[in-house]
Design a binder for this molecule. Structure first.
Ligand code: ADP
Ligand code: MG
Length: 260
């Protein structure tokens, strides 16, 4: 083999923009009798956008939460940027700071203004000065299109605006990776696109993202790869075009026939 040439791809996935950032190996987790994660293996490279889809109860949220160590795993390993997930303590806090998380339910601090929601972690965890944190926060709010809402409380914003603030808040920590768990599922239909547009922008900017969503338009536009989960397993892993146009498993065909 010519050593100056890159190694041949080990799978049919050709989009490999960078080095592995998230490595998930043989991950198992049970809730009592329920095998919620069953031998999960996947690698997310820097700059990749991975969309996770699958029926309700298939383990998508549990996988996201395990990657952020909001959940423990029974066996296997998860590493981020070459480091195995720490159990607890300062190392875990550091990991959390490097991994942004956006939930279905926004989870903004209700009694803090939009601006304070963004500056809280950078000033406390990153020890940034208030002035620097506020100026950066205003740039982020501008980037997600809600700079004019900075002084308001979250409840005064629409759901779409709140979710864009939540995305800006995760960006404020300058994360290596952003996990999004059904970020548009709680939104009224007319607000979904304004949030998806922000997500597509992040993807284009090269943010590494793992996104649980059933928004096929987003997956086709932004995803490098789709993971289809069912019953705690990754049943299919393919490019969006392959997955949506030629699903191979009966589970995926059945699922797609119900949502498309
Ligand atoms: P998804 O996000 O794909 O809908 P989840 O990861 O939320 O699936 O859940 C997978 C399965 O694990 C479901 O059957 C759910 O009821 C179960 N489950 C999730 N969290 C817990 C928990 N804390 N205790 C017991 N069972 C749970
Ligand atoms: Mg879920």
């Amino acid at each position: 083999m010519d050593p100056t040439q890159p190694a041949p791809p080990t799978s049919n996935i050709t989009v490999r923009r960078g080095e592995p950032l998230v490595v998930v190996e043989h991950v198992d987790k049970h809730y009592g009798e329920l095998h919620v994660l069953n031998d999960i293996n996947t690698v997310v490279n820097r700059g990749e956008v991975v969309v996770v889809i699958g029926p309700s109860g298939s383990g998508k949220s549990t996988l996201c939460r395990a990657i952020n160590r909001l959940e423990t795993i029974d066996s296997g390993s998860i590493s981020i940027d070459g480091q195995k997930l720490p159990e607890e303590g300062a190392a875990l806090a550091k990991l959390r700071a490097d991994v942004g998380m956006v939930f279905q339910s926004f989870n903004l601090f209700a009694h803090k203004t939009v601006l304070e929601n963004i500056t809280l972690a950078p000033t406390r965890v990153r020890r940034m000065s208030r002035k620097a944190a506020e100026s950066e926060a205003m740039e982020l709010l501008d980037r997600v299109g809600v700079a004019n809402q900075a002084k308001k409380l979250p409840a005064q914003l629409s759901g779409g605006q709140q979710q864009r603030v939540a995305i800006a808040r995760s960006l404020a920590m300058n994360p290596k990776l952003i996990l999004m768990d059904e970020p548009t599922s709680a939104l009224d239909p007319e607000m979904i696109n304004e949030v998806l547009d922000v997500m597509v922008g992040l993807a284009k900017d090269g943010m590494t993202m793992i996104v649980v969503t059933h928004e096929m338009g987003f997956a086709r536009k932004a995803a490098d790869r789709v993971l289809f989960m069912a019953d705690g397993r990754i049943v299919e892993e393919a490019t969006p075009a392959e997955f949506f146009d030629h699903p191979t498993s009966d589970r995926a065909k059945d699922f797609l026939s119900k949502i498309l």
